[in-house]
Design a protein around this ligand. Sequence first.
Ligand code: PLP
Length: 441
Amino acid sequence: MAENKLALWGGPKAVQNDPGNTFTWPIVTEEDETAVLEVLRRGAMSDLDVTMAFEQEFAAWQGTRYTLGFNTGTAALHAAMFGVKLGVGDEIICPSITYWASVLQCFSLEATPIFADIDPDTLCIAPGDIEHRITEHTKAIMVVHYLGHPAEMDTIMAIAQRYHIPIIEDVSHAHGGLYKGRKTGMFGAVAAMSLMSGKSLPIGEGGMLVTDNREIYERAVAFGHYRRFDDAIKSEDLRPYRGLPLGGQKYRMNQLCAAMGRVQLKYYDNRAAEVRQAINYFWDLLEGVPGLRAHRVQAESDSTMAGWYSASGHYHPEELGGLSVTRFAEAVRAEGSVCAPGVNKPLHLHPLFNTCDIYGHGQPTRLVHAHRDVRQPPGGLPVSEHIGSHTYRMPQFKRYYPDIIAQHAAAYRKVAENYAALLADDPGDPPELNDWPGNLN
Ligand SMILES: *Cc1c(COP(=O)(O)O)cnc(C)c1O
């Protein structure tokens, strides 16, 4: 059939419709503009009133006692680490597949990361790869609800409780998601998340820390919120130092962003539900297509994909004659759709975690405060090291427009059904897809 000829070979493109605002993100309306202008006209960018109002509304939405706004998610996670007393010589267990800001800040606290592998289905930290990495130095476990998928908290919580190790949740991909009926961000001793513009809950640039633990909250305030470091601090350990930030950081949220955040939060649950409806529809249309599998929870009910940040799919080349995801993605893009091979690259292979002497200690920073050579050479985290050639980033549908979504699904189906025609000149996946270039030995 002529219309089944791949666009790569001159056939008609599967995606013909103008996407309109299908992919537009963030959604900014006059209400956001009015709120931001109010702060701008008042010159109140560096004040605290709007941020504190946002924090209160966020606390009510999240369901935690304490919330603290930050200028980035990176900063919020840094303060969360300080909050649980991660310090000199301590180890923090973190999945290797995540954005660097889930863990890299630990170096500045003189702690060291220990990477764990991921589960090939959820793409979150593998519950079975945590316990054997725990030592007397383990002070925290970082759990990332990766690409919107909730991590397997039942098993992870049981391990953390057995060893009395606090969990920090990085909720940057899963704001307001559910795991077995309970909100992400409500499992750990503390949770922190990014609110930057690409994230599901976008406020410009910003981060939020949430916790029910007073001590963690006070330490997070003391670390980088010098102007609040008076009223907010009751602890006798911290009060003598009030007025100056213990972390030497200035981490408060910009109120232009807080103002946008207050508006975005009002609409977030509805917008996230529409994103889930759209992406679930895409995957329902592709059910049973060889080589392609959804990255999603079993059924949307008491567990959800939150705002489905950076939605991605699983790829099974063995069902498509070994066709590389690189070649597959190229053919899908030729059809007018979106497909980018891979997810985040494995952090444990990056030279920053292996050879770099960041602070001039005369040896790799990773080792300075470690009690043994904690570096993790290639081969140690097999799922993380190979996941790049088994995944791809799909179209980021933000609206439920069934006709448009159906065309994109048709593009994926068409390429999968015509895989044999692509095998002959398949260049294969480049090594960088999985590993950081130049760091393989
Ligand atoms: C975006 C992100 C962060 C960092 O947040 P910023 O607001 O960009 O500083 C941390 N962790 C994960 C998993 C992220 O995706």
